[in-house]
Design a protein around this ligand. Sequence first.
Ligand SMILES: NC(=O)c1ccc[n+]([C@@H]2O[C@H](COP(=O)([O-])OP(=O)(O)OC[C@H]3O[C@@H](n4cnc5c(N)ncnc54)[C@H](OP(=O)(O)O)[C@@H]3O)[C@@H](O)[C@H]2O)c1
Length: 302
Amino acid sequence: MVTKRLNLHKSGPNFSRISLGLWRLHEWDMSTTDLTAYVEEAIELGITTFDHADIYGSYGNEELFGKLLKQKPELRERIEIVSKCGICLVSDARPENHIQHYNTTSDYIRMSVDRSLKKLQTDYLDLILIHRPDPLMNTTEMADIFSLLLEEEKVKHVGVSNFTPSQFDLFQSKMEVPLVTNQVECSLLHLDPIYDGTFDQAQKLNRSPMIWSPFAGGRIFTDDGDRAQKVRNLCKELAENYNTSVDQIALAWLFELPCNPQAVIGTGRSDRMKSAVKAMNVPLERQDWYRLLEAANGHPVP
Ligand SMILES: NC(=O)c1ccc[n+]([C@@H]2O[C@H](COP(=O)([O-])OP(=O)(O)OC[C@H]3O[C@@H](n4cnc5c(N)ncnc54)[C@H](OP(=O)(O)O)[C@@H]3O)[C@@H](O)[C@H]2O)c1
């Protein structure tokens, strides 16, 4: 079984419905050869979209991925690469940063994209995202630099992450091309975008959101809190009824959302990648969907 594909926007990009996030790559303890095998396995499963950010692994993970592309450059045309910019971490790799902050100036965005391209050993990104909304952001300046990067073909598409609907509207109003997605957190343990207008806006504008931490960073399987335990127990019960697994129920629940989301999973294990791909074929019934919502909310719908 392979994962389906979707266009985030009618103009593209065309991504796999499940993408692999590389936030935790430095924890996976994989050599370049291991990582190459893992990426090839993902591609076999139809997972061709890989989600990066400049800051992952304290500014180191893009470089780890770039080593595999250097070794196997032919893989580049079989995959899509997303990266993000704008967060400035306090890190040995950035001694100039004395406090965690955001920088969305045009000079910084350009420098960050150039650095990502160099580290990833590629000429272009399929998608660049502003990682978080910056209270100091000048959206006209951001729109200008995004247009230039598109013109220079350093990026094929542009978007944002963790933006409120009004921040998205503001930035989009300055752009001539679409912001193709808003990458946001959502899971059975994090329902905000269902209620705060984020997913309504995505539907209205016909942009598929990318969902990060669809398993709440693993907490769906491990969290001891009351709510999480109730959600997990119900996932287990439904997994038995549907002859499937907890992870597939949790993902299938997200895939029912009418905003047609893309899910960015973060596992370093191939058995879990294989399982995730099957979630698209779990036909979750409407009342079971609502049972999960009730457990996630901690109360029935009114
Ligand atoms: N835009 C943003 O601001 C933002 C923020 C955070 C993340 N992201 C993106 O989203 C991606 C995914 O985030 P995430 O890693 O938090 O996603 P996730 O898929 O919700 O969580 C991954 C974690 O869950 C564990 N896990 C997965 N399946 C499991 C299972 N069946 N049983 C027990 N543990 C399991 C994984 O461990 P194993 O590796 O052992 O499977 C891993 O530690 C990131 O890599 C990044 O690309 C974006």
